[in-house]
Design a protein around this ligand. Structure first.
Ligand SMILES: Nc1ncnc2c1ncn2[C@@H]1O[C@H](COP(=O)(O)OP(=O)(O)OP(=O)(O)O)[C@@H](O)[C@H]1O
Ligand SMILES: [Mg+2]
Length: 457
């Protein structure tokens, strides 16, 4: 092996046959990557994963992401890149393959400084942890969507199924539940993945702006239209068009969009030419569209056209088991970004997060973890800036927007969590204390995404 030609690593180390055979005997993939993402060393296991002869992957022109992934976008959580940027080690777990044959891989990356002290190379170690974490983490990560909740596992399965088709998808979920993430995952897993994913937030534009954003305009279509402009529909031709916050579209624009969908063609504003569009449509909303139809705010015909395959994302408070998982995931990311090394959260801060209602869902959690990483000191995160009122005063009448069933569910969730905690997750004792049977306890736990492991001391 003459990798030292490219790597500039100590020749005596890399040429040692003894060391070579040790490295080749290890079942983990071990690679060394330089700042240009060229592969400068791989052991035998690494080469087996790549599945190409050594001269086809080493040195200039063989960027690591092109060898490992069909689509470099999949490298957006690239830990190698993170190490180059932060200078600190980075870790991630990712999932490869679909269906029953998927594998969970743990990836660790460590900096290798050159003589100048600058990180010149990264050692990347990939270990198959499918068996190790299989049960615990079945479906922990799906194309960057992190969850271990059974309700989300169904979502992962749906993503896989719809990705293989061209069907229209409607993603329902509260703000920050990951609607856009799911839309992107569908696109990535679909046959259109090498084409564009075009996202459009329909909620933040006036009618006339939304119309030109979606359909584009011809030169001179209106004062100020100095150039022809290509709209989102045309940009998404052959790709995926993601229309977000469709519940906010005015009746007038609903008609125009419906027409475009029925005819599969559009006309630019101020133009006559009809332009054929072939796109996969994914819609998202945080309002109850069916209710909007009932109230006459949303056209029924448009509703049926977009509600072909609904995907419902549960709010974070109904997947309590994901709170720690996500908090730790983001802790790792912000540790790297900020250059800190927190090992985890204290029981106290985790408890606070688990009780909180998370109206802003995962986006809010991410922001709170980011703030905590910046503001805390020591080895564990002790202080999390979770609004206290929200976490306790659930039955207050202040928030009169909430429906009775939501208030009741929230009170039930907090009550159940308190008893489960007191009895360290013992279901029989919890049922007895709550005055219900164990079946009810199991059903409620499922509803809120609680597991007894969460309450073991
Ligand atoms: N399961 C998840 N795992 C990891 N990150 C997540 C997950 N769900 C959401 N996120 C992150 O939370 C943030 C919000 O997600 P996203 O923008 O997809 O939500 P949304 O439902 O589209 O929100 P909104 O309704 O406000 O547009 C993003 O940064 C996203 O990466
Ligand atoms: Mg969104």
């Amino acid at each position: 092996m003459n990798s030292n030609e490219h790597s500039g690593l100590s020749a005596s180390v890399m040429e040692s046959d003894f060391l070579q055979s040790v490295l080749d005997g290890i079942s983990d993939s071990i690679k060394i990557i330089d700042r240009k993402f060229n592969l400068v060393y791989t052991n035998k296991a690494g080469l087996e994963i790549i599945g190409k002869p050594i001269d086809k992957v080493m040195g200039e022109g063989h960027k690591c992401f092109k060898e490992f992934y069909k689509n470099p976008e999949q490298c957006s959580y690239c830990v190698v890149d993170q190490v180059f940027r932060s200078g600190a080690p980075a870790f991630n777990i990712f999932r490869t393959g679909f269906g029953a044959s998927y594998k969970l891989k743990e990836i660790s990356a460590f900096p290798l400084a050159g003589k100048s002290g600058k990180v010149e190379h990264v050692i990347e170690i990939v270990r198959d942890v499918t068996e190790l974490k299989g049960n615990l983490a079945a479906g922990v990560e799906f194309s960057e969507i992190i969850s271990q909740d059974p309700k989300m596992k169904e979502v992962f399965e749906l993503i896989e199924q719809v990705a293989a088709t061209n069907s229209t998808v409607l993603i329902n979920g509260e703000t920050g539940t990951g609607k856009e993430l799911v839309a992107r995952a569908i696109h990535k897993a679909s046959s259109r993945s090498d084409k564009k994913f075009v996202a459009m937030n329909c909620g933040s534009f006036s009618d006339s702006l939304l119309e030109t954003e979606l359909f584009g305009h011809e030169r001179g279509a209106f004062t100020g239209a100095e150039q022809r402009r290509i709209g989102k529909f045309e940009q998404g031709h052959h790709g995926t068009l993601f229309l977000d916050e469709v519940g906010d579209i005015s009746p007038n624009m609903q008609v125009k969009i419906l027409r475009a969908l029925q005819e599969n063609e559009i006309t630019r504003v101020g133009g006559n030419e009809t332009i054929k569009i072939d796109a996969r449509y994914i819609y998202a909303t945080n309002v109850d569209l069916k209710e909007a139809v009932r109230q006459g705010k949303f056209r029924e015909d448009l509703y049926y056209r977009i509600n072909v395959i609904p995907i419902n994302l549960p709010p974070l408070r109904d997947r309590v088991g994901d709170i720690q998982l996500l908090a730790e995931h983001y802790l790792g990311i912000f540790n790297n970004m900020v250059g800190k090394n927190f090992r985890g959260f204290t029981t106290n801060s985790l408890d606070k997060m688990m009780r909180y209602r998370w109206p802003g869902n995962i986006r809010e959690l991410k922001n709170i973890v980011e703030r905590a990483v910046i503001l805390n000191k020591g080895s564990y995160i002790e202080k999390v800036d979770v609004p206290q009122k929200e976490s306790h005063d659930e039955t207050s009448t202040e928030d009169s927007d909430k429906e009775l069933k939501d208030v009741v569910a929230e009170a039930e969730r907090i009550y159940l969590m308190d008893i489960l905690k007191a009895y360290h997750g013992n279901i029989n004792q919890t049922a007895e204390k709550a005055g219900v049977n164990t079946r009810t306890v199991h059903r409620k736990m499922k509803e809120f995404g609680l597991t007894k492991e969460l309450f073991k001391p």
